[in-house]
Each structure stands twice: as C-alpha cells, then as structure tokens.
Design a protein. Structure first.
Length: 418
C-alpha cells in the first residue's frame, strides 16, 4: 500500500506510519503477544466493510444492506469452527478481554465464584486481578504453580480450593506461562464440583490451530475464548467458541448484552486469517514457532540465565533478569529497545517488585518466525540479548549491536511490507 491519500490528507499521521514501518523492518519483535499479518489481512482491514453497520447476526440484522456482511461473518464462523473443532463460534468480540467479560456475563450471576490462575504465576488481568472491574462483580479465587522451576501446576491445591469455594467456572489459560496445560485434570475437577470449564487460549490459539498443542475441546471444555492476533497471526480482535448448548447465552451476551454494531472490516480480516490458518503451511509455521522458542531457551540456559519453569513448551519464555543479570526487567527492556529488539518487562512468580519495575521479562517467537527466522538464527538473538543483559548501560556496545540487528533484520522481510 502506498498511502498516497493519507500522505496528502494528514502528513502527521503519514509520517508516524512511515516511522512505524521503518521500526518494524529494522527491528526484531519479541513481544510474545505480537505478530505480523499478511498483506491480505491488511487489505481486508482497510476495506469498505469499515463503512457498514451490522448489528445482530447473519440473517438476523437490524439494518438493511447485509448481503455481503452476512457472507463474510458466516465464512468467519464456519472457518473458526472447523479450525478449533467447535460447535459454535462468535466472531464479534472486539478483543480478548471483552470476550472474557462476555463469557462471565453469559454464564454467571454477580457474586458467583471463578477459579483462575494467579496473575503473578502467569494468569491474565481479566482472570480476576483486583484492579479490574470484573473483580468487583464476581468473586475470584486463584491457583498457582506447584513448582516454579518446572511449571507444574498444583492440581492438588486447585482441587482443594475448588471443593472449598465451589466455583461456578474453572478457568484455564494464561498470558505469561511457558508450558502446555493438562486439560483433563481441569475438566475432572470441574466435573467433581459441578463447575463449567473455560479456556483462554489467546496466546496459544495459533499453536492449537496449527496442531502443535492440545485442543481443550478434545477434553470436553465448555467454552474457549481467544484473541485473533498473537500466534494466530490475524487482526487485533477476539472470538468465543463454545458448545451448542451455550450458543444462545454467548451470542446474547455479546449482542445486545455488551456490544453494539460489530466491526465488519475486522470480521472480514478474521475470515481471511482463519482461511490462512487452515492451510497446511500454517502447521509448519506453528511447529517452527515452538522450535525457535525451545532453541532460545536452550541458549539462555547455556549462558546461565534463569528461566521461569526451566524452559518452554509453547511460544513464550519468562526470564528472571534479577537472577540472570542483576538487572530489573525495566532496565533490560529499555536497553534492548536501543538495539532494536522489542519485548516487555514482566513480573515473575511471586515477584517482590512492582509491575512497572519487575524482576523479569517476557519474550516470544511468533513474529520473528513469521519473518522466516529458524533455530540457527536464535543463537544470534540469544547472544545479543545476553550481551545486553550483562552490560545494559554500555552505549558503545548498544550502538554496535543496533547496527548488527538492523543488518540482520534486513534479511527477513515483514510480510505486508516486503
């Protein structure tokens, strides 16, 4: 895309966009929740579907002129169902957090109890952190890892908490947990206490779609939420997948319960994303994401770094930078930014430090894998990061590494930019 109209209409926005393109081309994206979409997804996002109001669902809209919006939403629904072996898909959620809120609204009454993963052990804000509004409506109780060095979840404790607290919903899923989940154990405990099961697969949706990680529906889960970006490599949006029995409640919770007109340009892009993820090439991509993450983990461990859970089964890694380098996550994030490697500071399990100045970092491989990087490239990436970790305030070193990273990234095009 040339953006000639934008250049003439709003030079300020145009210049910011050009700057962002340059940043993406010359830098390396290691934020675990980010990825690069295809040119086809970009085109769908910028299409004329952005003009159309489509409150309701296919065949049951409140406005006229819905012939083509019904086509794209129906395509997105059917493709999502096929991709994740789900009875039903709602593709209207605007993002992952609204999708989670919609599930709570659909299945629970105010004051009901939800059992979810503790934020400091890898859970997400929407899984019950006290700063969220949902924590004022529902009662959240939490479970943790049994062993931080292996990532083993304490299912004995989880079961005891469930028996005591009688949650209406048991929630699996995470935003900073490097291992796969034992869905069968979650389901058995939920059945024992009469709870529904929910999985937030936002981070690993692409790895499940690519048949590299287990699918919660294969273990009888009731509802699964997700973003459509991250490892799934689509537009920034959300979706809810569920059993046929829960379809009416889920759909009603999204519209008219929490949202008005869906963003049809985004739904068009979701449809394209799901089609891409159904192709055999996507399985190869998902496998490479995990290979790259495991290789990075191996290189960090060789260098004496401490990784939370001792490695990874998925796309992300959690590093304890205080133990590894005697530096906070904030210091390491800032220093790596200077050389063109982007990731995020992150609290580690039972972190004594604050979220804005934590003891660790989180990084992942979906975006760099999309650009074509392989295991041998992870050796260089890890080496750059370790050099920075050991000497994060050395401006001469940072300048030298910035040149190396820029030259390296020039070999790996961003899909939508060429």
């Amino acid at each position: 895309m040339t953006y000639e109209h934008l250049k003439q209409t709003d030079p300020d926005v145009y210049l910011a966009l050009m700057g962002e393109q340059k940043r993406q081309k010359e830098g390396m994206e290691l934020i675990a929740s980010e990825n690069y979409v295809s040119a086809a997804v970009i085109e769908a996002l910028g299409s004329e579907f952005t003009n159309k109001y489509s409150e309701g669902y296919p065949g049951k809209r409140y406005y006229g002129g819905q012939e083509y919006t019904d086509i794209i939403e129906s395509l997105a629904i059917e493709r999502a169902k096929k991709l994740f072996h789900a009875d039903h898909a709602n593709v209207q959620p605007l993002s992952g957090a609204p999708a989670n809120v919609a599930v709570y609204s659909a299945l629970l009454e105010p004051g009901d109890t939800i059992l979810g993963m503790d934020l400091s052990h890898g859970g997400h804000l929407t899984h019950g952190h006290p700063v969220t509004y949902m924590a004022h409506i529902y009662r959240f109780v939490r479970y943790k890892m049994k062993n931080v060095d292996t990532g083993e979840i304490d299912f004995d404790e989880l079961r005891q908490v469930a028996l005591k607290e009688k949650p209406k919903l048991i929630l699996a899923g995470f935003s900073a947990y490097p291992r796969d989940l034992d869905y069968a154990k979650f389901k058995a405990i939920a059945d024992e206490v009469g709870a529904l099961t929910m999985m937030d697969m936002a981070h690993i949706a692409g790895l499940i779609a690519g048949k590299q990680l287990k699918n919660p529906f294969d273990f009888g889960f009731d509802v699964v939420t997700s973003t459509t970006h991250k490892s799934l490599r689509g537009p920034r949006g959300g979706m809810i997948l569920c059993t046929e029995a829960l379809k009416p409640k889920i759909d009603k919770a999204i519209f008219p319960g929490l949202q008005g007109g869906p963003h049809m340009n985004n739904i068009a892009a979701k449809a394209v994303t799901f089609k891409e993820a159904l192709e055999p090439e996507f399985e190869v991509y998902a496998a490479q994401v995990i290979k790259n993450a495991k290789k990075l983990a191996d290189e960090f461990l060789k260098a004496g770094c401490r990784l939370i859970t001792g490695g990874t089964d998925n796309h992300l890694l959690m590093m304890d930078t205080m133990t590894s380098f005697n530096q906070t996550g904030q210091v390491i994030e800032t220093a790596l930014d200077h050389i063109g490697i982007t990731l995020n500071k992150n609290m580690i399990a039972d972190d004594p430090r604050s979220p804005m100045d934590p003891s660790g970092i989180r990084l992942g491989t979906p975006a760099i894998t999309t650009r074509g990087m392989k295991e041998e490239d992870m050796v260089r990436v890890a080496d750059w990061m370790v050099q920075v970790g050991k000497d994060p305030l050395n401006e001469t070193l940072l300048k030298k590494l910035k040149e190396e990273v820029t030259q390296f990234c020039s070999q790996f095009p961003v899909p939508s930019l060429g």
